[in-house]
Design a protein around this ligand. Structure first.
Ligand code: SF4
Length: 481
């Protein structure tokens, strides 16, 4: 029997089945233990340390106790602390991005995804470099600056060379004032050498969803193809970091297995990365399984109601306070709105989840990976965020200034967000408003920016940010701290 060891490089030791079962049992036994719950909440609460702020974070066992807790007042406290942490370390910024589907050719047999190899009726598409250019122009014309590229696993149709060439194409396109300044990559688990090549291509975050941490279920859900290898998939982030990728993004597909199991596994994965590489995941995504082509989400009997989904988000926020959290357009406007308060720091907007979807007038369904719940335009999402008091941010500065991995975490931990990320968010929002927003959105945005600029504590930074914004009014672009 494998022994739990977060520092091990073997999947069965750092995502240890027995430890997860023990954790769930411990959480169940302590879900009414008020003294312990209070102690855990106290540990999670942000505290002033010198000029900055500090947050203890929680172990997978501690966070699992909070997840199991069903005392209404304590659950309210969990949500309040999640909001406190979000505001302390991320402020009211929400980073915007869009997915770009390059190809839906795939050799795997994942039973929850319509791109699985046995699906013979879905339209199979792979964008040419010219088609990528057109998609990127359409995304730039909306105002996007950050993309997450997606492709199925297919060594013949989507080899790494194709991905690398596509990244180069995306970065090269400068349409009007548009530019894609950060390309995150969501492709299948690969070798250290291939990760090295991706790092050299200047990618932002490497994202790979575990789908499920439950090995037995994983093997059934991935019956055929290279993705069937649970260990190779689970150990991918270690290879990515060995290959020089500083920022990695974790995620599970909620609904495939028991959420308590996935929650503990996800946090153990984060603890493992911290223990081995000295830095945890840059982001955690929280997708829930959705309807798509030949996929009926009702056949998976572990679906979670909105209330529990939101609690999971809050508990992740308490456990890993310095990790960004992403929610996509799989979720509705209502769920996304509530989740933002609980610690989400990044959302997609105006997403098309089909290959070549951005150049079509109507949202096409023929090659979609999942059905989009939030179908608003980027302008509508931006306005909606501002009306709720958030600052939509198109900032990509950290990655471009080399503040990745632990260097980003240090900035976060030192409480320098207000002097760095906050002005960057305001400047990129201003840039968005100037170039792409509707009049109504502009009006709300300019007022918000004027108010938010005053919150910058460092006078020098504040003056400079104002100067940069004036220069933008005269046509200059791309300022950053
Ligand atoms: S989840 Fe990914 S690997 Fe699996 S079938 Fe879909 S595209 Fe292919």
């Amino acid at each position: 029997m494998a022994i739990y060891n977060p520092k091990s490089l073997k999947a069965e030791e750092f995502i240890n089945h027995e430890e997860i079962l023990e954790t769930i049992k411990y959480a169940e036994e302590n879900k009414h233990n008020v003294a312990l719950i209070d102690e855990i909440l106290e540990k999670a609460r942000p505290k002033k340390v010198g000029a900055g702020l500090s947050c203890g974070g929680l172990s997978h066992r501690e966070a699992s106790v909070l997840l199991a807790c069903d005392i209404p007042e304590k659950n309210e406290e969990i949500k309040n602390i999640a909001e406190e942490i979000k505001l302390a370390f991320y402020g009211n910024r929400i980073v915007m991005f869009a997915p770009l589907y390059l190809s839906n050719y795939c050799v795997n047999g994942c039973v929850y995804c319509p791109y699985h190899i046995k699906n013979k009726h879905i339209a199979r598409k792979k964008l040419t470099q010219e088609e990528i250019k057109q998609e990127v122009i359409a995304l730039q014309d909306m105002g996007h600056k950050r993309l997450a590229i997606e492709a199925g696993e297919d060594p013949v149709n989507n080899p790494l060379e194709y991905i690398l060439e596509s990244i180069k194409t995306i970065y090269s396109i400068k349409h009007k004032n548009g530019a894609i300044r950060r390309v995150n990559v969501n492709i299948a688990a690969t070798t250290v050498e291939n990760y090295r090549r991706l790092a050299e291509a200047g990618i932002g975050t490497y994202i790979l969803f575990q789908e499920t941490y439950h090995k037995e279920s994983y093997l059934k859900l991935h019956p055929t193809g290279p993705k069937h290898d649970y260990d190779y998939h689970t150990e991918a982030m270690d290879r990515a970091m060995e290959g020089g990728i500083d920022d990695v993004g974790l995620g599970v597909l909620f609904g495939l297995e028991l959420y308590q199991y996935e929650f503990a596994g996800l946090l153990m994965h984060a603890e493992h990365l911290e223990a081995v590489h000295g830095v945890g995941p840059h982001t955690i995504s929280v997708p829930r399984i959705k309807r798509a082509d030949d996929i009926d989400p009702n056949v998976f009997d572990n679906s979670i109601p909105d209330e529990m989904f939101e609690k999971i988000i809050a508990c992740i926020r308490l456990a890993v306070p310095y990790t960004g959290m992403i929610i996509s357009t799989r979720e509705s406007e209502e769920v996304r709105g509530r989740a933002l308060r609980l610690g989400i720091s990044q959302i997609s907007g105006a997403s098309r989840t089909s290959v070549g979807g951005y150049t079509e007038e109507e949202r096409p369904h023929d090659s979609e990976q999942f059905d989009v719940s939030d179908q608003r335009t980027l302008d509508e999402v931006v306005r909606w965020l501002m009306e709720m008091g958030h600052i939509p941010s198109f900032c990509t500065a950290c990655y471009r200034e080399g503040r990745t991995g632990d260097r980003f975490m240090t900035l976060c931990k030192n409480g320098q967000i207000l002097n760095c990320c906050h002005p960057n968010a305001l400047m990129t929002l201003h840039e968005y408003l100037e170039d792409y927003a509707s009049d109504e959105t502009k009006k709300i945005g300019y007022e918000l920016i004027a108010k938010e600029l005053e919150k910058i504590p460092n006078e020098k930074v504040k003056t400079l940010a104002k100067e940069y914004i004036e220069k933008m009014d005269k046509g200059e672009r791309d300022f950053r701290f």
